[in-house]
Design a protein. Structure first.
Length: 696
């Protein structure tokens, strides 16, 4: 089977490295096919995004704006918007933080500020200052095709910040290292002469020979026969042609209403909500046939003519006079989510649009034709108004013979942005080879090893715990606070600081002996597995304090759970490489699985040590007294309809346990109790103390 080196290289770069990839190539070189095949086998956690709703539907992804909840207003770099905390659901935050890869299709249509807004959101949510928050990017598209749409008013705002509207002018792109892989083999056209003509138009290197060849296809007053589609530069032109052609047909009009369910905004409707057709109408299929059987009767872009219509039956005849019985098809609007069962990223179907996959097709705009293939097309290239329009229009045809020009080809109608040419030439320096791939694979492995032994997230949690300890816990529980202080200090010394030194050692071994590296990893694995046990003691200690302030209590609980999960993830990842060489694919797969479980992750390694169990047995009487007093205080406060701390504060409760008074007089002397409390509740308190301390 013939292989395509560029396609294979792109696949390896996406799967085996964390390097950003710009996949480009001429029209018809298989970019869309590559994407569809890639997502079927990719083990990384990824999402597919696109700049427009139609492009997102075609790529079976979601729009950039909806996924990141971006405003449609222009994004100004370094503005307050960049640090504004958007209200993104916790589940989506976890999803974004767990991503290994973001794929953006039709990147040529992504405006520079949209890419910068994406970068800003990723850096904030992933808490990572690297471009795009450190996530790998795969962007796919051809800058010689349609450019981003930029209204004059928007560009007036953005022009002070960007040299062009294109994605490559974004700050994020300039700060990133993208390799460029260019697909060369054209699959759409097989005629080498036509391919050469298209390449000349694409690069705006148009000789008289090219002009003559195209003008051979200029046919004045061409009377369109069946299966020719006219490509227009503007929507109104296509609509006028289709409306006039439909009106000229004297047969009965049939109306077919779409069925729309769930979330499916009109802005991304893939077809008319009410489809108006007549027998004799020229139509285009707007979906591929994935029906029953091995023979597919139509594809996206196939032209035919309606030969039979009823209220619930449409029959189309193609140019081979084959009859196609058309059935309704369904488009789906997706939303990404984390699957808590198998820990994968999945697409929820949030809305559907059911309609016949047909459109009137005497005419269509060039913009809507991008990605389609036609056997026969009529083009008026002289009315092009945007960069790449002429090339896109001409390259839709399979052959030169299937192309008809309604006006003579004028080379001045071909518009190419010089800055795009400069960018493309500069990207030639970023084309990787097998040696570069090997280097990037090794770099990915080393970065993953360093990530495994990176305890900076745990250190950030310890800092928050330390502040809470000094501000709140120490006033109520001095002994517990000292214990927390000692453990956090020990963890910093024995885990955080040691890991920083070890990661520097990893850097020194980058180009060294792999056996030495694996030996050092095994020793480090054993050391950190043992050292992490101190986190167990800290977690159990943090479970002791209670507070009258519910917010403080909830914050402590959240911190404790977060620390326990982080310890569990590190423990399992370290255990997974015990007596094994480090395997980056196995590591990334397990890391993603553990991260995706979130709060449902079972804390298997957070068990009480023998020392803790013994200490618990020694303190059992005191703990029982604490529990009994706290329960009585809660029940009494509920019965009286007053806050629990109105009876006595948490600090006073701790003082009772420490003092263990044997008389009402001694109880009154406890700090935080006093005579009034003794008068109201003294007998009840002393009874609880007697039952839990004195009788023991």
């Amino acid at each position: 089977m013939e292989t395509n080196y560029q396609l294979e290289l792109a696949k390896k770069y996406v799967e085996q490295t964390n390097v950003n990839v710009f996949l480009t190539g001429k029209a018809g070189t298989g970019k869309t096919t590559f994407l569809k095949n890639l997502v079927q086998t990719l083990f990384k956690r990824f999402v597919v995004l696109a700049p427009t709703g139609v492009a997102a539907l075609n790529a079976q992804g979601v729009t950039i704006h909806s996924f990141f909840q971006l405003d449609f207003a222009p994004f100004i770099p370094n503005s307050s918007y960049e640090t504004e905390k958007k209200a993104i659901r916790k589940e989506k935050l976890n999803l974004i933080r767990s991503l290994d890869l973001i794929i953006i299709d039709e990147i040529s249509m992504v405006r520079a500020d949209v890419l910068d807004a994406t970068d800003a959101v990723l850096r904030r949510i992933r808490r990572n200052g690297k471009p795009f928050g450190g996530v790998q990017m795969l962007v796919i598209g051809d800058l010689r095709q349609l450019p981003p749409v930029t209204a004059e008013g928007e560009w007036n705002l953005l022009a002070d910040y960007y040299s062009t509207p294109y994605f490559f002018s974004s700050y994020a792109w300039c700060q990133s290292n993208f390799v460029t892989i260019t697909l060369e083999k054209v699959f759409r056209q097989s005629d080498e002469r036509f391919i050469s003509i298209l390449n000349s138009v694409r690069d705006n290197v148009i000789t008289q020979e090219v002009v003559n060849a195209l003008n051979e296809r200029y046919i004045p007053d061409f009377k369109s026969s069946e299966n020719y589609i006219q490509l227009c530069t503007h929507n109104y032109q296509a609509k006028e042609i289709n409306d006039a052609k439909l009106e000229a047909i004297k047969s009965k009009t049939y109306f077919y209403k779409a069925k729309v369910e769930g979330e499916f905004p009109e802005t991304i409707f893939p077809n008319d909500k009410v489809l108006e057709l007549k027998t004799g109408s020229q139509v285009m299929f707007i979906k591929n046939d994935f029906g029953q059987g091995t023979k597919r009767q139509y594809y996206n872009g196939k032209i035919g003519r309606i030969v039979e219509l009823t209220d619930d039956r449409i029959v189309v005849e193609d140019e081979e006079k084959q009859r196609i019985y058309v059935h309704k098809d369904t488009w789906r609007n997706y939303r990404y989510r984390l699957n808590r069962t198998n820990h994968s990223i999945e697409q929820d179907i949030v809305g559907t649009f059911e309609q016949y996959p047909l459109k009137l097709a005497w005419a269509i705009t060039i913009h809507k034709s991008q990605g389609l293939t036609f056997d026969k097309a009529i083009i008026d290239s002289n009315k092009a108004f945007a960069n790449g329009q002429v090339y896109v229009a001409l390259s839709r045809c399979r052959s030169l013979e299937g192309l008809v020009l309604s006006s003579r080809f004028n080379p001045y109608s071909v518009q190419i942005d010089g800055k795009v040419t400069t960018f493309n030439e500069r990207q030639q320096e970023r084309i990787p080879d097998d040696d570069k791939l090997l280097q990037d694979k090794q770099k990915y492995t080393f970065e993953s090893i360093k990530e495994l032994f990176d305890f900076s997230d745990m250190n950030a949690m310890l800092e928050r715990i330390f502040r809470l300890n000094e501000e709140d816990i120490t006033h109520l529980y001095a002994d517990t606070a000292k214990k927390i202080r000692d453990i956090t200090s020990s963890v910093k010394d024995n885990i955080v600081n040691v890991s920083a030194k070890f990661r520097r050692q990893i850097d020194a071994l980058t180009n060294g002996d792999n056996n030495i590296l694996q030996e050092r990893i095994q020793k480090a694995q054993q050391y950190f597995i043992t050292s992490l046990e101190s986190i167990n003691m800290l977690v159990h200690t943090l479970e002791t304090p209670d507070f009258d302030n519910k917010e403080t209590e909830a914050y402590l609980k959240s911190l404790t759970q977060e620390l326990a999960r982080e310890k569990e993830i590190k423990h399992r990842l370290l255990k997974s490489i015990e007596k094994k060489d480090f395997d980056v694919i196995a590591y990334v797969s397990l890391r993603n699985e553990l991260f995706a479980q979130g709060e449902k992750l079972k804390l298997q390694s957070i068990t009480k040590s023998a020392e803790n169990e013994k200490k618990d047995e020694e303190d059992i009487v005191q703990r029982d007294l604490y529990i009994a007093l706290r329960q009585w205080r809660t029940e009494t406060s509920e019965e009286l309809g007053i806050p629990a701390y109105s009876i006595f504060t948490q600090k006073a409760l701790v003082n009772i346990i420490k003092g263990k008074p044997e008389t009402l007089k001694e109880l009154a002397k406890i700090k935080g109790i006093g005579k009034k409390t003794v008068e109201k509740y003294g007998e009840s308190i002393m009874e609880i103390i007697a039952n839990n301390v004195l009788k023991s």
